[in-house]
Design a protein around this ligand. Structure first.
Ligand code: SF4
Length: 180
């Protein structure tokens, strides 16, 4: 079987491929938050997006930096690009920093590998007035590519991974699928 990273790159570059693979930034985040959540999301299970207690983070994502943000869609990714040219990912809190950092790293990797665009990133938590610079180091490249392979492993499972209780299960859209 072709390596999932090669499959994703071929798909993103528009090369004809028998088994296209598409991975979004949200999938990268889910993978690092909960693999079971990723599996449910990959099956398009409905969630209540109007309920702010259920959906983590969307409210701040939609309002913060509103005046200066530009939305950029490129193939599988959709990101915010501020005026100084850095890719900014806005999150409401720093409690899930590593998943957000990986999502942003994926955007930087995708821009570099698919479009030949090298960018730096900023992870911003406006409520906490925190900002963190993220660069696409070799370590980050390896983590992104390992994540792509891991996501492929999860979404091609016939059944979801078992539920493992986490601090944020209460606010997860799929809570009732796991714990009721
Ligand atoms: S409720 Fe918890 S275990 Fe279940 S999908 Fe959500 S985060 Fe994962």
């Amino acid at each position: 079987m072709t390596d999932p990273v090669a499959r994703l790159l071929k798909t993103a570059r528009g090369t004809p491929v028998d088994d296209p693979l598409r991975i979004t930034g949200v999938m990268i985040q889910y993978y690092h938050v909960c693999k079971r959540e990723l599996w449910f999301a990959s099956r398009n299970l409905e969630i209540d997006r109007e309920n702010p207690t259920v959906v983590r983070g969307t409210r701040v994502d939609e309002t913060a930096y509103e005046e200066s943000r530009q939305n950029l869609h490129l193939g599988m990714i959709s990101l915010d690009l501020l005026e100084d040219g850095r890719v900014v990912e806005v999150k409401p809190s720093s409690t899930l920093t590593e998943p957000a950092r990986m999502q942003l790293s994926y955007y930087l990797w995708y821009l570099d590998r698919v479009a030949g665009i090298q960018k730096e990133g900023v992870l911003a938590h406006p409520r906490e007035r925190k900002r963190e610079e993220v660069t696409l180091s070799e370590t980050r490249v390896k983590k992104v590519e390992d994540t792509i392979r891991g996501i492929h492993g999860v979404v091609t499972r016939k059944m979801p991974p078992p539920a493992e209780e986490k601090p944020f299960c209460e606010s997860c859209a799929y809570h009732d699928f796991c714990w009721c």
